[in-house]
Ligand binder design. Structure first.
Ligand code: HEM
Ligand code: SF4
Length: 516
């Protein structure tokens, strides 16, 4: 008999047992202490869990990473304390903020999984739908409802869409993952260009707010900017999202995992037929597509101190390099947030963190406390845009370590260029899957083996010049520049020195001249 392909195996597993129906299996393995069987390991993704790589499985012991969903990107202070406690008790103090505004924990032993899931549930949190072939965490503006420059409060819509798909068996067997975004933020902070399906608000003539329906975006090997199919009203977002997920479920390709994302279906059907199918299924008539003016791509996020919509309140954004906050860090942030009277703690798509709606009279002290804890508020030109994927520390696909290297790199750059104020985005991805968006930032370093003195070592390939800017978006250019991972800081310092000695107006301009 011919060997099953990867796609055939995944499709068979999904048919045999739905990824959402494994709670009994999870409880069985928690209690029995038996090693988890291979099929259940694959289905654990529907509960946000992956096994560690060999690198982080000492003596062959099995450890798991676990992704906790954070609907709207906002947690209460109590929820942050719960996660901090779990991190310290069961996850060796790990806690990483991800670009989809979730929290990822590591080093979880299966015997503890049920306790962890129960504690999360008691705090109103879940890992369900955090990964797997289903609708994932919806990215949105972390200060939705309280941003001074937003067109509309979308937090209620995000919750409604999330609740609809959460644990919904009708949509738990999609051909592939399905990533949505919804935002009405004046900064367009959610990167609507690279979601499978996203709704980004703009104002029509006369003041009416409509949402552009952007379909088929993707990153990594599915790199594609979403196609703008038209506009809909706020109350039409849920029916269009349901129609889109159903179309994907029924028509998406299931025979090849690398051609199975929504963008591939859109390409196969053509934009007009796809739009028509969405309209027919949802009963929503789309308005014509418009291209609103977008802010500078480097300003499309919330950092530092910003006024909230409510008079007398401010948001305090702090830059977390690589998103590595730790359990200890979360506990510290929760304490500061509580003392300052913050409403929530929010995670951003740049792996950063915001204390939302802090009464103005407490802002200076809270900022001081955050800075004293090593969480930068004021100096964020480099650190707020420094992101990294899970990397070699835990991920099976990784070639190179990322999070620690990113931290070292930013430290080295801040020491060498204390006056550097150009907002520069730098992403480190451990392999070409590009989980940390290396192709839509200024400088992307993608894990690659490099030869040093005849030996293959951890390294990176330089990508540069990616930008998200609506119709003017472009993916980064991959160069042939291969860098020994241990020389990364020296390489970037040298690059910036040469750029500063040049006449070029920005680093991407300089790189274009050098590498084109
Ligand atoms: C065990 C393996 C994997 C792990 C642990 C992992 C982890 C993650 C995490 C944590 C994120 C959010 C980014 C962050 O902030 O770190 C992410 C995003 C992403 N992953 Fe992975 N990933 C894995 C495998 C893959 C594979 C195999 C692919 C492609 C075939 C992939 C493609 C992506 C892409 C394109 C994103 C960006 C999504 C977005 O932000 O919209 N990942 N992944
Ligand atoms: S980019 Fe590669 S190494 Fe990094 S988390 Fe994704 S799959 Fe793993």
């Amino acid at each position: 008999m011919e060997k099953e392909t990867k796609a055939q195996r995944v499709e068979r597993l999904k048919r045999e047992k739905d990824g959402l129906d494994i709670m009994d299996d999870i409880r069985h393995y928690c209690q029995s202490g038996e090693p988890v069987d291979a099929d259940t390991i694959d289905r654990l993704k529907w509960y946000g869990m992956y096994t560690h790589n060999q690198h982080s499985s000492p003596e062959g012991r099995q450890f798991f990473m676990m992704r906790v969903k954070v609907p709207t990107g906002n947690l209460t202070i109590e929820q942050v304390e719960t996660i901090a406690g779990i991190s310290r008790e069961f996850a060796r103090n790990t806690a990483d903020i991800t670009v989809r505004q979730t929290i990822q924990l590591h080093w979880i032993e299966f015997a503890n999984v049920c306790t962890v899931l129960d504690r999360l549930q008691a705090a109103g949190l879940t890992t369900q739908n955090a990964s797997g072939d289903c609708p994932r965490s919806i990215v949105t503006c972390p200060v939705a409802g309280h941003a001074h420059d937003e067109l509309l409060d979308v937090s209620g819509i995000v919750r409604e869409v999330d609740r609809y798909f959460q644990g919904n068996h009708e949509f738990s067997n999609l051909p592939r993952k399905f990533k949505m975004g919804i935002s009405a933020c004046g900064r367009f902070c959610t990167g609507h260009e690279v979601q499978d399906l996203s709704f980004a608000a703009h104002q029509l003539q006369g003041g009416r707010v409509a949402f552009g329906v952007h379909v088929g975006g993707g990153l990594g090997s599915n790199q594609r900017f979403a196609t703008n199919l038209g506009s809909v009203d706020a109350q039409q977002i849920l029916p269009v999202a349901i129609a889109c997920a159903a179309l994907f479920r029924e028509e998406g390709k299931r025979d090849n995992r690398s051609r199975a994302r929504l963008g591939h279906l859109l390409e196969d059907m053509g934009a007009d037929a796809f739009r028509q199918a969405l309209q027919d299924r949802s009963g929503v008539e789309f308005l014509p597509a418009t291209s609103p003016a977008l802010p500078d791509p480097r300003q499309r996020q919330h950092v530092g101190i910003e006024d909230a919509k409510e008079t007398g309140y401010q948001h305090i954004g702090t830059a977390i390099v690589s998103g590595r906050i730790t359990g200890e860090g979360l506990a510290t942030v929760a304490r500061i947030a509580r003392e300052a009277g913050a409403a929530t703690i929010a995670f951003t798509g740049w792996q950063n963190l915001i204390l939302t709606r802090v009464p103005r009279q407490h802002v200076a002290r809270a900022t001081q406390q955050l800075e004293a804890a090593g969480l930068s508020v004021a100096d964020h030109s480099l650190s707020a845009r420094a992101i990294a994927c899970t990397g070699l520390e835990f991920c099976k696909f990784a070639i190179s370590e990322t999070k620690e290297r990113q931290a070292q790199l930013i430290k080295a750059l801040q020491a060498r260029f204390p006056d550097f104020k150009e907002p520069l985005s730098i992403s480190l991805s451990g392999c070409p899957n590009g989980c940390s968006h290396p192709n839509v930032v200024d400088l992307g370093f993608v894990g690659w083996k490099v030869k040093v003195d005849g030996e293959l070592k951890e390294g990176f390939v330089l990508h540069y010049g990616g930008r998200l800017q609506g119709d003017g978006s472009r993916f980064a250019v991959r160069t042939n520049e291969k860098i020994d991972a241990d020389q990364l800081s020296e390489f970037v310092i040298d690059l910036i020195e040469k750029y500063r000695a040049s006449e070029k107006p920005s680093l991407p301009d300089y790189l274009q001249e050098v590498y084109s």
